[in-house]
Each structure stands twice: as C-alpha cells, then as structure tokens.
Design a protein around this ligand. Structure first.
Ligand code: NAP
Length: 352
C-alpha cells in the first residue's frame, strides 16, 4: 500500500469546498499546498481559519497564476460554476483534476471533453468528475447493488430534500413560491439538466451491458397549503412561500433501453410537509430496484440531537471528491470514469 502524500489544492471554499478543505487538512494522506478563493474577505486568511481549524501555514489566494505555478498533484475543483477553460489550464500545468461541478458527460458535451482529453495529454494527468448525484447515488451505488439481483427490471433512484429543514440560498431560483402553471410551463431546471446526469445513466446501462436509447422527462408540482416562512442561511434575508404557490417539485427523468424504462431518477424537493399532494419529505437518497428479488436501499444522515435528519448531499459531494483524489492521481492520464477507477480505495480515513 502506498504511503505517499498527495499534494492538493482546494479550488473554492463554498459548502462543498470547505468540507474537502477540512478533509485535506485533517487527513495525513494529504498535504495541502494551496487554496484558491474568489471572495476578497477570504484572501490572505490561513486555510485552517476558513474551516475553524488551527493554522496550516497555507494562505488563501485569489491569484490564479500563483495557484497554477504551485507544485501539486491534484486540484479538487469546486467553484459555483465549472469552467472548462480553467480545468484545461490546470490540467496542462500538470495537475490532476477532480471536479465536483463537471463537466460530467462526454457523450453530450463532446467538444468540451475533446479539449479536456487534449489538456490531459499535454499535462500527463487525469480528469475525473464526481459528487453525490451525479457521481454516486445514481451510478456507483445502483450499479454495485445490481450484483444482489437475479434479474433487473427497473432501477429507480430518488433524491428527497426538504429545503425548509436544509436552508440554501437557491430557494427562489429553484422556483419555490412561483405560480404552479408558470413553473410547469417554464421549469426551474434547464432542459439541459438531464444531460449532466446522462453519464450516470449511461454508466449504469453500460455496466449492465445495455445502451440508452432516449431520456424522457416529467415535472409534477405540489402547492403550499399555508404561507410558509423560510430561511436561506448565510446571513441573508429569507422569505415566505405563499399559500397556493409552488411548495414542492418532482422532476422525473427516465432512461429507456430495449423500448422499456430501465433507469428513472426522481428529485423530490419540498418546502416542508404542508404541501398538496403530500409527499414523503425525509431527506435522503434511495435506490429501488424492481426485479428478482426486489431491493431497496436508503442513504441518509443520522438525525442530530434535535431529531432532525440533515441532508448531507453537499458534504458528501466534498468527501466523494476528496476521497477520489489518490485514485485520480494514480490513474492513467486522460478522462477517467467511475468504471475506469474501479473500486476506489480511500487513503487515511482510519486514524486516531
Ligand atoms: N455532483 C454533485 O452531486 C454535486 C452536488 C452538489 C454540488 N455540486 C457542485 O459543486 C460545486 C460547489 O457547490 P457549492 O454548494 O459548494 O457551491 P457554492 O457554495 O454556491 O459556491 C462555491 C464557491 O464558488 C466560489 N464562487 C462564488 N461565486 C462564484 C462565481 N460567480 N464563479 C465562480 N466561483 C464562484 C466561491 O468560492 P470562495 O468562497 O472560496 O470565494 C463560493 O464559495 C458546484 O459546481 C455544484 O454544482 C455537485
């Protein structure tokens, strides 16, 4: 077993980036060598300071050239919006990249992936996109679970998020509080969104020896049965979801193979329980495989002292990115899928 330390750069320190940064500082398998931030208030701060840990001697910078000049094995790339040109620049500078914001799907974004492959070649390094979904709940997890089956008919993957219990700044952008008819006519998720997940669907299909023929989508809306006040966190003002407006959204995307639905992703997002129709709102991922024998797995955080079960999608994304870093560094140069990586063996997780 290799004892090498992996020299990492954390690119951006949002919710996901901070979880990874903390991991890189605390896990002796890693040596943190740089932190890129965009927020001027974070520039010059010690990396430890950004995540409530003792000083590390590594200060956050917004100077991209300084980051590019660093000698590092890998960049854990977690900006709000991924930039393929920047990813290529990092790759060309000889740094592997693990990106939680994609791009994820070579079949649907061939031009971007041609550039990424060329940059990997030039830098002699690899690129891997990962996260909780896409990147785990809808691909590695169900594909692994199919080994418990005699026959697979239909794989259904669910994401349930109660946004009232898990405040985030995107509540309004996501379409909560809008007129239901308006949202149905102009959904908050772009028509492109399924394609960010298409690689996950393709990976499961490929793993089962099948090819996806097409993807169909549906949107169902639930309405608030009372005025629902909400917070958004980060010290920003919240708002109120008015009775009768959008209080819940259910996106459903189905991948078809051999003329039948093979994989369906469901996203149930709600603003608490006071919505009609009433949905199960316990935040979690869930995989249901119909076939022989039928199977169900629920992936959820443990409830805290207040009895509330936190939705861990964002922290899990940071951890999936961070724990993939050693395998991405050790992989052959080029774009590396989950199938290429095989069973990832995380480093340094068992420690005093
Ligand atoms: N695959 C998955 O399952 C999955 C799940 C969740 C999220 N994600 C992806 O993970 C990434 C990070 O998510 P997050 O929740 O941590 O995001 P976030 O908190 O909204 O923002 C991440 C950070 O990006 C920097 N930033 C802010 N504005 C920016 C801008 N206009 N352009 C570029 N960077 C900007 C900031 O870094 P500083 O504060 O350091 O300046 C910010 O804290 C996103 O790309 C998201 O799509 C993937």
């Amino acid at each position: 077993m290799t004892q090498r330390k992996y020299r990492v750069i954390q690119w951006c320190t949002g919710v996901v980036g901070k979880v990874a940064l903390r991991h890189f500082i605390e896990n002796p398998a890693f040596q943190l060598v740089g932190v890129l931030v965009t927020n001027p208030e974070k520039v010059g701060k010690d990396a430890g300071d950004l995540v409530g840990l003792p000083p590390t001697g590594v200060t956050a910078t917004d100077d991209i050239d300084r980051i590019i000049a660093l000698d590092a094995d890998c960049v854990h790339y977690a900006p709000r919006v991924a930039d393929t040109d920047m990813i290529c620049r990092l790759l060309r500078s000889g740094k592997n990249v693990a990106s939680v914001g994609g791009p994820f799907s070579p079949e649907h974004y061939p031009e971007q992936f041609d550039r990424i492959e060329a940059a990997c070649d030039e830098g002699g390094v690899s690129y891997h996109a990962c996260g909780i979904h896409p990147g785990f709940s809808g691909d590695i997890l169900p594909l692994t679970l199919t080994r418990l089956m005699n026959r697979v008919d239909h794989i259904q993957v669910y994401e349930f998020i109660d946004k009232l219990e898990n405040p985030m700044i995107y509540t309004e952008v996501m379409g909560f509080g809008r007129d239901p008819g308006e949202l149905l006519a102009k959904p908050s998720r772009s028509p492109e969104a399924p394609y960010a997940f298409a690689q996950s669907m393709a990976l499961v299909a490929e793993g089962l020896g099948k090819k996806i023929e097409n993807i169909t989508t549906q949107l169902e809306v639930a309405t608030a049965t009372r005025d629902i006040p909400y917070e958004v966190g980060e010290g920003l003002p919240g708002g109120v979801i008015r009775k009768g407006t959008v209080g819940g959204q259910h996106y459903e995307w189905t991948a078809w193979a051999d003329g039948s639905p093979l994989i369906t992703y469901h996203f149930f997002w709600s603003m608490g329980a006071d919505i009609e129709p009433r949905w199960d709102i316990d935040s979690r991922y869930q995989v249901v495989i119909e076939g022989d024998p039928p199977l169900e797995v629920r992936l959820m955080g443990r409830p805290g002292a207040d009895g509330v079960r936190p939705f861990l999608g964002l922290p899990w994304t940071g951890l999936l990115g961070a724990t993939a870093v050693p395998a991405v560094c050790d992989a052959r140069p080029g774009v590396i899928t989950h199938i290429d990586l095989g069973v990832v063996q995380p480093r340094g997780l068992v420690r005093p």
